[in-house]
Design a protein around this ligand. Structure first.
Ligand code: VG1
Ligand code: CO
Length: 564
């Protein structure tokens, strides 16, 4: 095999964010950009010669080209074998599953998740370790440091591998195995949930719709929901992964999954969710009677949105409902070791954990912080308010897993989605919750707003705003209970005497300007007051958030771009 060492100049902007390195496609296409980052990963992880790697992505534009480059660099860096999903496809949870099942050294996942794709869209790359989870900060920091010092990379001069055909191939002496991207994952799902009960539910007239948003979950959902569970053909919509996601924004929320929202809400959909809801098109034939259950997943298949008929399940509530009903699924019947949630996620899961007598951990935003807890056997379920739920079956959040968990619960309880959530609130109380995103802000304005908030922290405790009195404010910092690593600057918290909270954070996944996220939470124990609209219930906190942050003066915005 002919290996070339190519001289290169380091880039200074290859710092991984909340979930890997994400940039515009054009940035990744610029000479040596991808090559440098991949070499920085390989230099950092120092895999023994002959190690096996997993490579796959969400099918977005540049996925195939990037995989060919990565394969040639892997061959030149001494890897013995690479497992690649057919067509270059592996959803994020499926990649995690494959890394674990075949005990590989690690894996590279190509995705910018819910960010739009296409030549003008985003691309991303993320390294996962042998446990199947996103590399912890210790490693991503080291990759970044290496990327700033890199002066060459190694690449094999070899023709590309045909990715569309399963089988074993050779690339300059390194084995490349093109695998079925769905089979291992589907098998794992079948081992966790009561497929027979779900099959019976779907046979009995229960109707569902799954929106794959033209992204990676299409083939997975068709195999599992339509083929193995017997849902009628057409249950999965937008089920073919497209390089530009059909020019959509593959983010399963009320704003971007509007086709599903129209189906589930019918004509009243406009009243829900987004400040920017698209105008409704005439109802398609199939939505005359809305399905009982609706779900969507994101670009790389790790997020999920759960809907009932005319009903939205807040992701924080979804985690709590799954925790409370976990014993209904065979894979979780033996009980939960504990649960974990990201700091901005509502405390609904904490209440379930307290009742179950199990610990609940609060981590910074991003799935990489759950890995140590799961590896140590301290938690079984994890969740984030950003439509992410998962368990220790893999080390990534998992969209379809959450959908199947809900189907399992629905099959066993025989109640509607709405009923289950209402009963949950009546039992545990309701944590009213919402996140307001302000996208595309100038970075200076966003940083100034955060600094301004922080500057008030010393004087805020004790101050009253209407019925709310500030108890404490801080900049969230986390000490990992397993390896004692410390992560600072993870979000500004304003906590009130009654437990209500406002959290301010800047996104670490965007590629343009800054995105400010404002997370709002208020607890309502009184069942008679729980069925209000969340925005209405949180109106007081929203005003305080605007006042404290000088949002309008500093950004010129009054309305968020996305409300969830
Ligand atoms: C967002 C979410 C976070 C999630 C991350 C990756 O990060 O808030 O909860 O883990 O995306 O999800 P940020 O830094 O933009 O708030 V995914 O599905 O984009 O891999
Ligand atoms: Co994702």
């Amino acid at each position: 095999m002919n290996i070339r060492t190519v001289a290169t100049a380091p880039f200074n902007d290859q710092k991984p964010g909340t979930s890997g390195l994400r940039k515009k496609v054009s940035v990744f296409q610029s000479p040596n950009y991808l090559e440098n980052f991949v070499q920085a990963i390989f230099d950092t992880i120092a895999a023994p010669a002959g190690s096996t790697l997993v490579v796959g992505g969400d099918g977005r534009y540049y996925n195939r080209e990037a995989i060919q480059i990565i394969l040639r660099i892997a061959a030149a860096n001494g890897f013995g074998k690479v497992l690649v999903g057919q067509g270059g496809i592996l959803s994020t949870p499926a990649a995690s599953c494959v890394i674990r099942k075949y005990r590989t050294f690690g894996g590279i996942i190509l995705s910018a998740s819910h960010n739009p794709g296409g030549p003008d869209g985003d691309f991303g790359i993320k390294y996962n370790t042998a446990n199947g989870g996103p590399a912890p900060e210790k490693i991503t920091d080291a990759i970044y440091a290496r990327s700033k010092a890199l002066d060459s990379y190694r690449i094999a001069d070899a023709p590309g591998v045909a990715l569309d055909q399963q089988g074993s191939f050779s690339l300059g002496g390194m084995a490349v195995e093109v695998i079925d991207p769905v089979a291992d994952y589907a098998g794992l799902m079948e081992s966790l949930f009561d497929f027979e009960a779900i099959r019976a539910l779907l046979k009995g007239g229960f109707r569902m719709c799954f929106d794959a948003m033209h992204a990676v979950t299409g083939p997975y959902a068709k195999e599992i929901i339509e083929k193995r569970l017997g849902a009628p053909g057409g249950t999965v919509i937008n089920g073919v992964p497209l390089p530009d996601f059909g020019q959509g924004h593959p983010d399963p929320n009320l704003t971007y999954a509007h086709e599903l929202v129209e189906i589930m809400y019918g004509a009243s959909a406009a009243a829900f969710g987004s400040a920017q809801a698209a105008p409704l098109s005439p109802l398609p034939e199939r939505s005359r009677r809305q399905p009982d259950f609706g779900a969507a997943s994101d670009g790389d298949g790790d997020r999920n949105m759960i809907l009932g008929r005319h009903f939205f399940v807040n992701p924080s509530d979804s985690l709590a409902v799954i925790a409370a009903n976990a014993a209904l699924a065979p894979g979780y019947a033996k009980g939960l070791a504990g649960v974990a949630r990201s700091m901005p996620t509502s405390g609904a899961a904490d209440r379930v954990a307290a009742k179950l007598g199990i610990p609940c951990y609060e981590t910074p935003t991003g799935w990489k912080f759950f890995g140590n807890l799961m590896d140590a056997g301290k938690v079984t379920l994890c969740g984030e308010e950003s439509f992410g739920t998962g368990s220790d079956h893999v080390r990534e959040k998992d969209g379809l897993w959450a959908v199947l968990f809900w189907l399992n619960i629905l099959a066993k309880r025989g109640q509607s989605v709405e009923d289950i959530v209402h009963r949950h609130w009546a039992e545990y109380g309701r944590n009213f919750y919402s996140r307001h995103d302000y996208e595309g802000l100038p970075s200076d304005a966003a940083n100034g707003l955060m600094a301004h908030l922080k500057s008030q922290f010393a004087s805020l405790p004790g101050q009253r705003f209407g019925s709310y009195q500030v108890k404490l404010c801080d900049d969230f910092s986390y000490t990992d209970p397993i390896d004692a690593s410390v992560s600072t600057g993870q979000g500004l918290r304003v906590i009130f005497e009654d437990g209500s909270r406002i959290v301010f954070r800047l996104s670490g996944t965007g590629t343009e300007g800054a995105t400010l996220r404002i997370y709002l939470e208020a607890f309502e124990p009184d069942a008679a007051k729980q069925r209000r609209d969340a925005q209405e219930a949180l109106a007081g906190l929203i005003n305080i958030a605007h006042e404290l942050s000088e949002l309008k003066q500093r950004t010129g915005r009054e309305q968020p771009t996305v409300i969830t």
